[in-house]
Design a protein around this ligand. Sequence first.
Ligand code: FES
Ligand code: FES
Length: 157
Amino acid sequence: MNWHLECTVNGEPVRREVPAACTLLDFLRDHLGLTGTKGACLEGECGSCTVLLDGQPVCSCLVLAAQVQGREVRTVEGLAREAGLSVLQEKFIETGAAQCGYCTPGLLVAGQALLDEDPRPDSRELRTGLEGNLCRCTGYTSVVEAVRLASGKKELE
Ligand code: FES
Ligand code: FES
């Protein structure tokens, strides 16, 4: 059975027929060609598939495409500005927070959600905001540093 899905993705209205069992992750990647969002565990454990749904970070592997009917989705592709990369994306490059890069889209989305909610998070808020996103390369120090720099804070308290 197919579902006639209407939603907004990265500010653009989208209409597609999708199988009822299609996940949001597969919808974004396979139906819209937005392959920035990565699937890894497919069990809600790693956060690599994180996107914003109505501004809140969710694991797109655990959400059915049909559940985003009438709602707003923002993916890593939607973080960049017309002028170029977002501040957070630039700070990820600056600090070397992207290594193999598999976790990076999810971390960028989760980091942006954190900054949208609180532009100047303290150390605990920052680490808590990113705790659902696993990275096996960076040890997290450079990721935390990138978000701190994007927040404009001189140091974390
Ligand atoms: S792929 Fe969705 S949480 Fe790991
Ligand atoms: S940069 Fe490789 S898993 Fe995070």
